[in-house]
Design a binder for this molecule. Structure first.
Ligand code: G3P
Length: 217
């Protein structure tokens, strides 16, 4: 399973990249706004900086909702760097745009996916990635990880090549459960990635090893 970081915060992207386990970055307009990145030029420049920091796929989201607008915006985003993935919402014109970019050989990420039916449509349109929002499904008292399992089962059965990118990850257990459920990628906040490191027996064991090593020096 690939690890992406779900943020537009450059310091956090650098920290995750320095770990050596980062395969890409996902962003969205809310995450860009959180970093105070405002205006078209600033947004494009911010994506450029992220693309220079990380070698893997970088999802850049369109904000147009009509076919022509999505295509025009997606072309501008795709021209920033070869590792840009055009992130397109799960709407009717979005499906058409996914097909267009797929035919052009431009990578895409279909976002705001909350059902298996939507995931089938995204795959049919040739999306590179499909992004089911696990945490938001859990917030509505449904099981987000179950959706990952269902999509994984369908894609395997039907031979779809679209990669399942588990998004809206809220904690480290989500990452483990998505790995079990067959996600190809998990895009996570830095905190959830670092949470995977934690186990009290590791801390206790290391303290004992270091104490014993010191005692025999
Ligand atoms: O990648 C989508 C993700 O950023 C949404 O996360 O926490 O806003 O549901 P969240």
């Amino acid at each position: 399973m690939k690890f992406f970081i779900d943020t537009a915060n450059l310091a956090q992207i650098k920290e995750a990249n320095d770990l050596g386990i980062l395969d890409g970055v996902t962003t969205n307009p809310s995450l860009m706004a959180k970093e105070g990145v405002k205006g078209d030029a600033a947004v494009l420049n911010h994506y450029k900086t992220i693309c220079e920091l990380v070698e893997g796929d970088i999802s850049a989201e369109v904000v147009s909702t009509d076919y022509e607008g999505i295509i025009a915006e997606g072309k501008i985003l795709a021209a920033i760097a070869p590792n840009i993935v055009v992130k397109i919402p799960m709407i009717k014109d979005g499906i058409k745009a996914l097909k267009y970019f797929s035919d052009q050989g431009i990578k895409t990420n279909c976002t705001l996916v909350f059902s298996a039916g939507q995931a089938i449509l995204a795959a049919k349109a040739g999306a590179t990635y499909v992004s089911p929002f696990i945490g938001r499904i859990d917030d509505s008292s449904w099981d987000g990880v179950q959706l990952i399992e269902q999509i994984s089962h369908i894609y395997t059965l039907q031979g779809f090549g679209t990669e399942i990118l588990a998004a809206s990850i809220r904690n480290s257990l989500h990452i483990v459960r998505c790995a079990e459920a067959g996600a190809d990628v998990c895009t996570c906040p830095l905190e959830s990635i670092l949470g995977l490191l934690k186990h009290p027996l590791t801390d206790i064991g290391l303290a004992k090893f270091l104490a014993d090593a010191k005692a025999f020096q």
